[in-house]
Write a protein that binds this ligand. Structure first.
Ligand code: URA
Length: 291
């Protein structure tokens, strides 16, 4: 793949090292500029372990996929009682129900639930894993180091979590609404208990696409045990919504060389979203971009 000057500038904003040929190419179509206030990320450990890339992958040191087993299926019989009627709830009811949820043991250790944030009619919906310590404290998803990187990734494709029209402002939610103690991995039962909330958020937002970030989001949404490396590069679908698969920002903090792969995924997602917007408006590509 060859890169335009503007793409190279975006990659620099994301902190992607220029380890591939960077001779730029000219293009006719402008892409969004990186955010001027992109921040650099300090070096502390991220919440999610970098276990997403298969051992055969060339670019970055990674744990072998054997260290990241697929989420096992959970029998309904061992699940606790789930709140009724989630699939018909409106936003306020859903938010209140999540806030009061005691369906699994995580309610005992959480400071608060982390519902989700962003435009309720966003064209992009992002799905992460679970709140970490800072998210648990602040009640917002992705406010720690991984979140800072996520903000820079979003800015590189002209998106934001801050107040903006739905074409630019994303909606962000996690698979789990409560922090697992000591940031351990989510348990299959916890994922299963929490799933109706995420599915309802997806149904209410009705985005053009979902960007599933990291193994737990990807495998639980797609009901698969395939590793991310095998699922990237094609568009999946959940509840009729296209799903683009990519690595988790916390993984990228440990494996920065793989930012180039995530950049490819973001470009793929952007192409998809633009064509969905064009198909919806019937007035040609990019007509729904609000610019
Ligand atoms: N990692 C996630 O997956 N979600 C968050 O909200 C924070 C870190």
């Amino acid at each position: 793949m060859r890169w335009t000057e503007r793409q190279l500038a975006m990659l620099r904003e994301m902190g992607v090292p220029p380890f591939w040929p960077t001779e730029p190419v000219a293009v006719a179509v402008a892409t969004p500029a990186p955010a001027p206030d992109a921040v650099s990320v300090a070096a502390q450990p991220p919440r999610t372990p970098p276990a997403e890339r298969p051992a055969s992958a060339p670019a970055a040191p990674a744990r072998p996929s054997a260290a990241a087993p697929a989420l096992p299926a959970v029998s309904e019989a061992i699940l606790g009682p789930r709140p009724a009627g989630v699939d018909a709830m409106d936003w306020p009811t859903l938010r209140d129900t999540v806030a009061g949820c005691q369906a699994c043991g995580l309610c005992q250790s959480r400071k608060q639930t982390v519902f989700g944030t962003g435009h309720t009619q966003a064209r992009w919906m992002l799905v992460g894993e679970a709140p970490g310590e800072q998210e648990d404290r602040q009640g917002e998803p992705f406010v720690g180091r991984a979140g800072q990187l996520l903000d820079r990734m979003l800015a590189a494709v002209g998106l934001t979590r801050s107040e903006a029209p739905p074409e630019q402002q994303v909606y962000i939610a996690n698979v789990l609404k409560c922090r697992p103690p000591a940031n351990r991995n989510p348990l299959p039962q916890e994922v299963a208990q929490c799933e109706p909330f995420l599915l309802r958020q997806m149904a209410l937002v009705q985005p053009d696409l979902i960007l599933a970030m990291g193994r737990f989001a990807v495998q639980s949404l797609l009901k698969t045990s395939e590793p991310i490396g095998k699922l990237r590069g094609r568009v999946h679908e959940v509840q009729g919504i296209p799903v683009v698969v990519t690595y988790h920002p916390a993984y990228l903090l440990r494996n920065p060389a793989d930012k180039a792969l995530v950049w490819d995924d973001l470009c793929r997602a952007r192409e998809l979203q633009l064509s969905r917007a064009a198909a919806r408006s019937g007035t040609g590509r990019g007509a729904d971009q609000g610019t």
